[in-house]
Design a protein around this ligand. Structure first.
Ligand SMILES: [Cu+2]
Ligand SMILES: [Zn+2]
Length: 432
């Protein structure tokens, strides 16, 4: 082989940008999709064998492994996580480190974290930086996660596992936005972490490139599905002075990019299963695609920092090398076709029974008499957790599919509750 060919950059068409200003992966081509910024215009195109120069940095983001998940959308999430690691190990240049942007596990079980760690240890790249997803902290308020991964946090401000580090002149900040979620809200960073962030970046010069990574998107991707962070804008306000800010997120299991001023916001593919594109299905959650297309919708994200240009280039790559578009469309169509019409559900509801399905409580408001029980049953493929908005009753454990929880209400009144993993899911109990 002679010298590396020029990178071909093709401008995205206006139609690839939706009304919120996100760029969707329409221009996927060849082995992957390169997102880059050039003269203020986002461009994309296939990545050629661009080599690392002196001072350049190369790292890889993986996300949403959901080890422990075993349903129709992917019966073997360990195998696909292994395939992602094999893909990384086969790259011509070894990454300096990996970043895992959360939902390592499905239910935060020690055995699930063990399996994930074992897969990661198999990689030639040994350094991995983590932030948790809501699945990693939902069961035990993050104790297991923090015991295991909190130690990698350098200069951590204590409780939450957020941290920062420097590499090749780039300042990395791992933020945690999956704790203490409030009814009706989205992801949340909280005052303590925001204060820490303000201090953390104060001493840096404006020319320092910043990479922020966190599980739930810091920007409002689709609040209707909880895809955003309540105080994300405040975090970004502390980063205004910097010439280059790149925000890497997971959680939504699909690639999306938005460029606003000097901030480039990007979400990664999952290694476990896809989720539908915003608004294309009745609810978020694991999406079944044709089995032979599963590896089109799972993948990794390569990030190169080119020191000369002070520029980050982001490349998404599916496990198969194919574009995810066709598989996504097939999965979304199947999800729409299999959704029963509203009200056509399961016959007359049992007294005091609340069904959790498609990320909603049905009925949303349930009427019972004093001394009666309310029983929730999770009919979703996704775990949920019932929490009273004002601590009127104890929270449930994390309810996996078909899991149930019941409380007996002794005092008349209206009791609001929500899912502490998906706080946009709210409901109420009216005790007469
Ligand atoms: Cu939930
Ligand atoms: Zn998540």
């Amino acid at each position: 082989m002679s010298e590396a060919p020029e990178t071909i950059e093709s401008e995205l068409l206006a139609g690839d940008v939706d009304r919120r200003g996100f760029l969707n992966c329409m221009a996927w081509a060849g082995t992957g999709l390169l997102w880059t910024m050039s003269g203020g215009v986002p461009r994309s195109g296939p990545l050629s064998g661009r080599q690392l120069g002196k001072g350049d940095l190369f790292f890889v983001q993986i996300s949403d492994s959901h080890i422990g998940f075993s349903k129709a959308a992917n019966a073997d999430v360990t195998a696909t996580m292994q395939a992602a690691i094999a893909k990384i190990d086969a790259l011509p240049v070894a990454p300096a480190f990996l970043i895992h942007t959360g939902d390592i596990s499905q239910l935060a079980k020690p055995s699930e974290f063990d399996t994930a760690d074992q897969v990661l240890r198999g990689s030639r790249t040994k350094d991995v930086f983590f932030v948790p997803g809501e699945h990693d902290v939902g069961t035990d308020n993050g104790r297991g996660y923090l015991d295991r991964y909190g130690k990698t946090a350098q200069r951590s401000a204590g409780s939450g596992g957020w941290h920062s580090f420097d590499h090749s002149g780039v300042h990395f900040i791992g933020l945690v936005n999956v704790f203490n979620l409030k009814a009706g809200g989205l992801g949340s960073l909280g005052a303590e972490q925001l204060e820490w962030l303000e201090k953390d970046v104060k001493h840096l010069t404006a020319s320092t490139p910043i990479v922020v990574f966190a599980h739930v998107p810091l920007w409002s991707v689709y609040p209707e599905w909880g895809w955003g962070t309540d105080d994300g804008a405040r975090a970004l306000s502390y980063l205004k002075k910097f010439g280059s800010v790149t925000v890497l997120n997971g959680h939504i299991h699909q690639t999306m990019q938005k460029v606003e001023g000097n901030v480039t916001f990007h979400t990664a593919l999952s290694t476990a299963f896809p989720q539908p594109r915003p608004g294309t299905a009745p609810a978020p959650g694991p999406m079944v695609v044709p089995a032979n297309q599963l590896r089109d919708v799972l993948g990794i994200t390569q990030v190169r920092y080119l020191a000369q240009q002070r520029h980050l280039a982001i490349v998404d790559e599916s496990l198969s090398g194919e574009s995810p578009s066709a598989a996504m469309a097939a999965g979304e169509a199947a999800a729409r076709a299999s959704t029963p019409a509203v009200g056509a559900a399961t016959g007359p509801a049992q007294k005091g029974a609340v069904s959790i399905s498609n990320f909603a409580f049905t009925p949303k408001s349930i009427q019972i008499a004093k001394g009666d029980r309310v029983t929730w049953k999770n009919d979703d493929d996704v775990p949920h957790r019932i929490q009273s908005a004002n601590e009127a009753f104890a929270p449930s454990s994390v309810l996996d599919t078909r899991g149930t929880y019941a409380v007996t209400m002794m005092q008349p009144g209206e009791y609001r509750y929500f899912c502490s993993l998906h706080p946009t899911m709210t409901g109420s109990i009216v005790v007469g």
